[in-house]
Design a protein around this ligand. Structure first.
Ligand code: FE
Ligand code: FE
Ligand code: FE
Length: 235
């Protein structure tokens, strides 16, 4: 299992190199770069790092990094709680694995900050606080030891991954627009890890947990019917 993961990681790194160039023209960075070149600087098209760093787009990029630095640390605190709440060993393992991946992502973000000569700083991300809170509500609202809880936890976790995918996708595009190549490469690695995690969670849900949660539902219905019959017998 471990070796499969290593292989998968190596494959996704190779894929990162291949796809990095392709992705550079797409995404929000394209529109944003137009804004960046408009106005008083239009005659000065020097994209040296010093010139880049004065721009509003660079500031927006840096804020985005700080947002994700906060988000990853918040996720790091949430994952052990999700693991503890999960019913199946399979989902517990998935959350544990992603906890390790997330630790690496926090360090990788620190490298991104360093690569652009900034210090690593966190800026409160309201979105991740909300998404994680929804996950905590799901734990309260579902029965311990049930498959329904796992089905619901997977969806909660996927909401986290999708927020990360949208954020890192935007950051990669911005880094490329700003010609911060090292930052773009590092962010692309994390983006692909989040995408892989999202797909793994889908596999876990669709291979068994969703069906078992549906069976659980039928069993509950059967129980209700039996109780109903019992009531009628009493009368
Ligand atoms: Fe992450
Ligand atoms: Fe945010
Ligand atoms: Fe993640």
């Amino acid at each position: 299992m471990e070796s499969d993961k290593t292989k998968a990681a190596a494959a996704s790194t190779a894929e990162a190199t291949k796809t990095a160039a392709k992705k550079s023209t797409a995404g929000p960075g394209t529109t944003a770069s137009k804004n960046g070149t408009a106005g008083s600087r239009s005659e000065n098209r020097d994209y040296s790092q010093e010139a880049t760093k004065e721009g509003a787009l660079y500031k927006f990029f840096l804020d985005g990094l700080k947002d994700m630095y906060f988000a990853e640390k918040h996720i790091l605190e949430a994952l052990p709680k999700m693991k503890e709440a999960a019913t199946t060993e399979e989902l517990q393992d998935a959350f544990e694995d992603h906890h390790l991946v997330t630790q690496k992502q926090v360090s990788r973000l620190e490298k991104v900050f360093k690569s652009i000569g900034e210090s690593a700083e966190a800026k409160k991300c309201d979105a991740i606080i909300g998404i994680v809170k929804e996950g905590e509500n799901i734990i309260k609202e579902t029965e311990e030891g049930s498959m329904t809880r796992d089905a619901a936890l997977i969806i909660a976790a996927q909401k986290v991954e999708h927020y990360e995918i949208a954020s890192y996708g935007g950051l990669v595009a911005l880094a490329e627009t700003l010609q911060l190549e090292r930052a773009a490469d590092l962010l692309q690695m994390t983006l692909e890890e989040e995408e892989d995690t999202d797909l793994d969670l889908t596999d876990i849900a669709e291979s068994s947990i969703n069906f078992r949660a549906a069976d659980e539902e039928e069993e509950d219905d059967d129980d209700d019917e039996e109780e109903d019959d019992h009531d009628y017998d009493m009368e």
